[in-house]
Design a protein around this ligand. Structure first.
Ligand code: ATP
Ligand code: MG
Length: 352
């Protein structure tokens, strides 16, 4: 069950060029036609009519090729880039209507941002880097120290408090960036490719760390990545962008099983199907099955059930609410389902 809407981005446009405003006066074209007109008029529409909601506690991922407008959109959400049109509602209040002073307060208290290149201050050590935004918040030195050491614990940097950024590995530097953004206790957490500069092993560790932190803190998150496997691990829902437009929004499973077009399919094509299948999608009714088969939940991911299935050749009973028998997963039914979805046929998408 999704929580209430935390952030709502509506009809958001960012257009680079000499005079973007004129295109929005009295225009009746659809977004694609309008974007075309902008291009023809020497403008670059970097975000075109972008719209999505992020719910409380939800991780919303944005993916797309380089230059598709991901950073533009996430920066418009905090007005690091000033949008040309649309609305960004945080708790129902339009950020685009806020004064510069109000915006500073909102950024200081409600928003956390993490950037790809870490963005640390080189002349400050770990604890000073993390305390920096807290000083801006007006906390006392004691409060700054307490908060900073709490988030240092949270991201696993204990013992490195007095190191300078140049003395840290990339992964450690990004932990500092993450700690610094969390120290302000943001309600909305914006992360622009936070792990792309890290090698695969460290990256995986950072994803685990991220998931652990999110299980505890339940922030509302917008997270940009180039990596569909990363999205699959962390996203509740995701958007795919192409040339400034959002072309599809859905759960990673929905995008994999029912891509809107070939562009989306390019991102999802590499994902091994076993990673997304859930037990109920592979179950078949078996009347004369042995009693006492191990029971699994309908939404359990098959990948995690493989050892259990290997240990129970007669299969696993899929059991719903109140113990209702929904079917049995066997090695055969699993392989048949995999065969079906590797081909053209979509399978029903599990929710939950
Ligand atoms: N200041 C600017 N002036 C003109 N065009 C710009 C400006 N900043 C960005 N753009 C263009 O806007 C488009 C979107 O850029 P953006 O940085 O949002 O892409 P991205 O999806 O984040 O790419 P990447 O994956 O490489 O980070 C690009 O074509 C870029 O060249
Ligand atoms: Mg970018």
């Amino acid at each position: 069950m999704p929580g209430p809407v935390k952030l709502s981005c509506r009809n958001l446009w960012k257009v680079y060029g000499p005079d973007p405003a004129r295109f929005f006066v009295g225009s009746s074209e659809g977004p694609d036609a309008l974007a075309q007109k902008m291009r023809a008029g020497g403008h670059m529409p970097a975000a075109i009519d972008a719209g999505f909601d992020v719910h409380v506690g939800e991780t919303f991922v944005i993916m797309g090729l380089s230059g598709s407008g991901k950073s533009t959109v996430i920066r418009c959400l905090s007005r690091l880039i000033e949008p040309d049109h649309g609305q960004v509602l945080l708790d129902g209040e339009d950020l685009l209507a806020k004064s510069a002073q109000e915006l500073i307060e909102i950024r200081r208290h409600k928003l956390g941002m993490v950037f790809q290149n870490f963005g640390l201050l080189p002349h400050l050590n770990v604890i000073e880097n993390i305390a920096f935004p807290l000083r801006l918040q007006g906390l006392t030195s004691a409060q700054q120290r307490d908060r900073a050491s709490h988030v240092i614990d949270l991201v696993g940097l204990k013992g490195r408090e007095h190191s300078y950024p140049s003395q840290l590995s990339g992964g450690q530097q990004q932990r500092v960036g993450i700690a610094r953004s969390l120290a302000v206790e943001p309600e909305l957490w914006l992360l622009d490719e936070p792990f792309s500069a890290l090698d695969p092993l460290i990256r995986r560790q950072m994803q685990d760390e991220f998931l652990r932190i999110q299980r505890v803190l339940k922030k509302s998150i917008v997270f940009i990545t180039h990596d569909f496997m990363e999205a699959l691990r962390i996203a509740d829902r995701m958007a795919i962008m192409r040339d400034g437009r959002i072309v599809q929004i859905g759960t990673p499973e929905e995008l994999i099983l029912n891509p809107a077009d070939d562009y989306v399919a390019q991102f999802t094509g590499e994902v091994p199907r076993i990673k997304i299948l859930r037990a109920h999608q592979c179950a078949v009714a078996i009347a004369n099955r042995p009693e006492g088969l191990p029971q699994v939940g309908p939404d359990d991911r098959m990948e995690g059930l493989l050892p259990k299935l290997a240990a129970s050749p007669a299969g696993l009973d899929v059991v719903g609410q109140g113990g209702a028998y929904l079917g049995t997963v066997t090695a055969t039914s699993l392989v048949e389902t995999l065969g079906r979805i590797e081909g053209a046929g979509p399978v029903p998408v599990a929710h939950g």
